[in-house]
Design a protein around this ligand. Sequence first.
Ligand SMILES: Cc1cc2ncn([C@H]3O[C@H](COP(=O)(O)O)[C@@H](O)[C@H]3O)c2cc1C
Ligand SMILES: O=C(O)c1cccnc1
Length: 339
Amino acid sequence: MITPPSQDARTAARDRLAALAIPTGALGRLGELAVWWSSVRGEATPAPPSHVRAVVFAGDHGVAAHGVSAYPSAVTGAMVRAFASGVAGTSVLARQHDVHLRVLDLGVDGDFPDLDPAIGAYKIRRGTEPFHLADAMTLDEARRAVEAGAAIAAEEIAAGADLLIGGDMGIGDTTTAAVLTAAVLGLPAVEVVGRGTGIDDEGLRVKTEVIDTALRRAQDRTADPIDLLSAIGSPDIAAQAGFISAAAQAGVPVLLDGAIATAAALVAERLTPGVAPWLAAGHRSTEGAQWHALKDLGLEPLLDLGMRLGEGSGAVTAVPLVRSAALLLSDMALLSEIL
Ligand SMILES: Cc1cc2ncn([C@H]3O[C@H](COP(=O)(O)O)[C@@H](O)[C@H]3O)c2cc1C
Ligand SMILES: O=C(O)c1cccnc1
């Protein structure tokens, strides 16, 4: 059961927004963001987020060996190391915006004996099966991955998180996100396929075919989200779905990233209806799957920079906007006070 964000706080914030020393509506979506922040914090004028915590869920995707990505699976493990040493793209952004960031290996096809063992504490398996040919993982693995995500959210919340972000790292994961989104929303492959890391026209044709075949294989598996994850998901995306669902259940807001995070949110909404009001969308990805998923969740992205990195980067880039929105609502004068 998910308790909705505070209606009283939302109303109080909306009233204050309407009374600020600005022309009515002049803050645009920043105003809507302020009202959302008030509702999820349960106060009319909450402090801006000061304990933002991001988790990158890493895992390999069996379909990556079937021509759907511009890069090989070996990049996934290399990037886990880049996160561990603080030199990935999102590591840079997280430092700049004072966001706590950690990477976790849920399903990388390799191990990291020289890194902190905590990185692999929730590992479910090494890579997934190519899901256009066979189930990506077992039902038990899918269930354990969702539970792992919930446990990870609980850890982040216990550490004081007032805003959570999930990120992805896994070559091939835009194919998994696309097929999950299409299956949940009943869309054809052409509506959800995107160029991911930058595949060419032939790659796009192959990727569309893989998504289409996977969708046909999973068409009777959409009723139960765990079954669907086992058919066409991955431990990393299942864990991110569990993470988002657990955050909403605990009343902690989540700022969504791109196609993978939004697909995970779509699955989280099916696992535990009522998640969406706890979410805001950090940015618009270049992947069509994300646009459809955002529409279904009723979310409008804050930024539209043509970013297509994943890793939580679009969400971390939007963190200053949440801070600005909260401060504008709490610190600005009312029009009645200055006239
Ligand atoms: C160096 C590098 C760093 C990344 N960081 C995130 N991704 C992102 O791109 C990949 C998804 O795109 P596709 O489905 O086309 O493989 C994932 O690894 C995702 O995390 C990266 C990809 C690369 C190559
Ligand atoms: O939208 C995303 O999250 C995305 C897009 C391209 C590559 N990796 C991730």
